[in-house]
Structure formats: C-alpha cells, structure tokens
Design a protein. Structure first.
Length: 173
C-alpha cells in the first residue's frame, strides 16, 4: 500500500501540492490520501472476492445442470463465505478514519497494517486461483481446500482488525 500512497501523492494537482506545504494542512492531506488509497484497496479486494464468488456460482449452476449434485452444499458454503468476507472487507471500519486524528500512529506501525493488507491481497489471489482450478465436477477435496482457504482469509481479516485496534489503543509509543 506504500506504493499506492506514493502514487496518489504524485498525482496531486497543483492546489493539493500547495496546500500540502501549508502548516496544519499537510497532515490532513496525508490522512485523506491514506483514506483514498485504503478505500481503493478495500474495494479491489472485495471486487476480487465477488469475482471468485461469481465463478463458484457459475460452477454450481453447471454442475447442477449436468446432474453432478454431490457436494453442492459444500460449494454453496464456499459461495456464502466468499460473500460474507467480501462484505466484511467492503463495509468494515478499516483504515485511516478520523480516529487517527486523535491517535498518532507512526509510519512503522502503519507499515505493519500494510503488511497485513498485502498478505490479504495475496491470500485473495490464491483463493481466486484455486477456484479457477476447480474440476469439472464438484470434487469434495477441491471444494474443501477452497473452503479452508476462505476460512483462513476470514481469520486473517480478524487478525488485521485486532492489530488495528491494538495500534489505535496504544497510539505511537
């Protein structure tokens, strides 16, 4: 996410660059930049999870049309969990809200959050790849593997929320 913040800084218009030089406004602009990048990241992760969910739905339709009804309940569980995770990512109190205005969080602490974010992106990409590799029939081992991956991503998201809470409670110590 550091790259995203840096790219957002580079794309500022002249007025934003001028305002960044005025005492008091620089911190505000930095927080707004982080908020924008955070929102873009969350939207991308949620959209990628939605795409994976759509792939599972397509597979479920294909399997049921061809009479392969075994393990469709497991496939449906994968689909529901993907939907839940996408909505959690999309709608969470995640990132750099006004809470950071009162609690000072240092760059190394933010980097810790960014590492979680990067890890979640990689996990979501891995889930999408597993879903793309599902066989032509609803195989229990393949579906169970995908389900376990989605459950692990959900737990990772819980851990990230815990790190975020810990940082906002401690602040910059």
């Amino acid at each position: 996410m550091n790259d995203g913040v840096q790219r957002a800084r580079e794309r500022r218009n002249a007025l934003e660059r001028l305002a960044a030089k005025i005492p008091g406004l620089r911190g505000y602009i930095e927080r707004e930049t982080r908020r924008e990048v955070d929102k873009l990241e969350r939207d991308w992760i949620a959209a990628r999870l939605d795409q994976a969910r759509s792939s599972v739905q397509r597979s479920i339709r294909e399997w049921s049309r061809s009479g392969n009804l075994d393990n469709l309940d497991l496939a449906s569980s994968v689909e529901k969990l993907l939907d839940r995770l996408a909505n959690r990512v999309r709608h969470t109190d995640y990132g750099y809200t006004g809470f950071f205005d009162a609690v000072k969080v240092s760059e190394p602490q933010l980097d810790k959050l960014y590492e979680f974010d990067l890890g979640l992106v990689e996990v979501v990409e891995g889930i999408a790849a597993r879903i793309d590799g599902l066989p032509g029939s609803p195989s229990e081992p393949a579906l169970r593997s995908v389900l376990e991956s989605v459950e692990a991503a959900d737990r990772t998201f819980d851990e990230r929320a815990t790190v975020f809470e810990d940082l906002t409670q401690r602040g910059d110590q």
